[in-house]
Design a protein around this ligand. Structure first.
Ligand SMILES: [Zn+2]
Length: 416
């Protein structure tokens, strides 16, 4: 093992350790007493169940991340990348096709290794806690479809980047950035009508009290409703959610059927008011810009290291093919990606508070909003007391108790 390999492995192990420490702290932070706000929502038995769920999921995530850490270390130290490269080069294709086979083999090997873990997560853990509605057929078709979509999108981005780095000069990273941004905008635009229907059925919300109330509210807030959809989330899980997706003509607000079943018209309108808040306050656009900036940083790092021989030495390669360099530099990008995701999560949590405030100030029913949040977190057995470090690292939404506190504060100060 050379010093560069040692550094790369240390990097991987450090990241794994930080994530595992966050998980362990999170488990230690469990409190057995039901918080005052949740009395009447949780009975003792269900509350204990929610903690078991957290423990079960954490244990599982540590086991799987340890497994994948071991796989990576073994693969790197045994010269797996070099072996794979000699095999794909022996086919005698050009460097673009060779690169595509190289990256594709790695991707699918990883996906196949993930299958037993996904099966256990869905059919053992989620099943045991009464969430799972998926059958094996849905599991298989889901995997096939998502591989298909990832393979197409991934190949386009990979081939474009590789071609630009091989054929253009030192500004390849800027050209690649432009191509990727245009492509990503295009995907965001068409995803709601092309990609998402592959996985779920979206039906326009039927006429009735719910639709009337939402439309009345949207009209009052000057919000142009482009599409309000019900999604058959119950096909996979009893968990419920709502989200905003797409840009331009195809943008839409989506409610899970499971959410509609369990909430009152007022609660659903509050949840939608929150989603509209995200749009009105420009969160969607900010989020997109942020993701472009991180793409730019990633490509810049790629341009810095793709021609460095030591990078290929680190992964025990005998040659320096650029397609492998693209994959290797993603290891170097990993720590930066964690920092970027911490910043992005920080803003996302801030945006959640803002969207809550927007919903409360415009729909003016803070009690209903709080009720909806409580019901959501009980139904999804969310962790009420996540550890601060876990929140800092990974939470895109603030812990529910903090959100309730913030909503109460707003309703007090604005006398709603
Ligand atoms: Zn939100």
């Amino acid at each position: 093992m050379n010093i560069y390999t040692f550094l790369i492995l240390s990097l991987i192990i450090t990241i794994y350790s930080i994530q595992t420490i966050a998980d362990l702290l999170n488990i230690k932070n469990i409190s057995t007493s039901i918080p005052l706000e949740f009395e009447g929502y949780y009975d003792k038995e269900k509350y204990v169940k929610s903690q078991e769920y957290l423990k079960e999921k954490t244990k599982f995530s540590i086991v799987s991340s340890t497994f994948f850490l071991a796989v990576q270390i073994i693969f790197i130290t045994l010269g797996g990348f070099n072996y794979l490269d000699t095999r794909v080069v022996s086919f005698g294709f050009g460097s673009i096709l060779t690169g595509l086979i190289f990256a594709g083999t790695l991707f699918f090997t990883f996906e196949i290794l993930k299958i037993p873990f996904s099966l256990y997560s869905v059919f053992v853990i989620e099943e045991r806690f009464g969430f799972n509605r998926m059958n094996i057929k849905t599991f298989i078709t889901d995997s096939l479809k998502s591989w298909f979509v990832t393979a197409i999108i991934g190949s386009i981005i990979f081939v474009a980047t590789l071609w630009l780095f091989i054929n253009t000069c030192k500004y390849a990273w800027l050209y690649a950035f432009t191509v990727i941004v245009v492509f990503e905008i295009f995907i965001t635009f068409v995803a709601p009508v092309v990609i998402m229907p592959l996985f779920n059925k979206y039906t326009t919300l039927e006429n009735g009290e719910l639709k009337d109330t939402i439309e009345k509210y949207a009209k009052k807030e000057n919000f142009k409703m482009k599409g309000l959809f019900r999604m058959d989330g119950s096909k996979r899980s009893t968990k419920s959610n709502a989200f905003f997706t797409g840009i331009g003509k195809f943008r839409r607000i989506v409610l899970f059927d499971t959410l509609i079943q369990k909430h009152s018209v007022d609660e659903l309108t509050s949840i939608l008011a929150h989603e509209m808040g995200h749009f009105k306050l420009g969160h969607i656009l900010k989020h997109m810009i942020f993701s472009f900036v991180s793409t730019l940083i990633m490509l810049f790092i790629l341009s810095l290291f793709i021609n460095e021989v030591w990078l290929y030495d680190a992964f025990l390669m005998n040659t320096q093919p650029m397609y492998a360099g693209i994959i290797f530099s993603s290891f170097l990008y990993e720590p930066i990606s964690i920092i970027i995701s911490i910043i992005s999560n920080y803003f996302s949590r801030k945006h959640e508070y803002e969207a809550d405030a927007y919903a409360v100030k415009t729909y003016r029913k803070p009690e209903v909003m709080i009720n909806a949040l409580k019901k959501l977190s009980v139904d999804n057995l969310s962790n009420l007391y996540p550890h601060k470090f876990k929140v800092f690292l990974e939470y895109s939404h603030p812990p529910v108790l903090e959100r309730i506190k913030a909503i109460n504060k707003i309703s007090l100060s604005t006398k709603i």
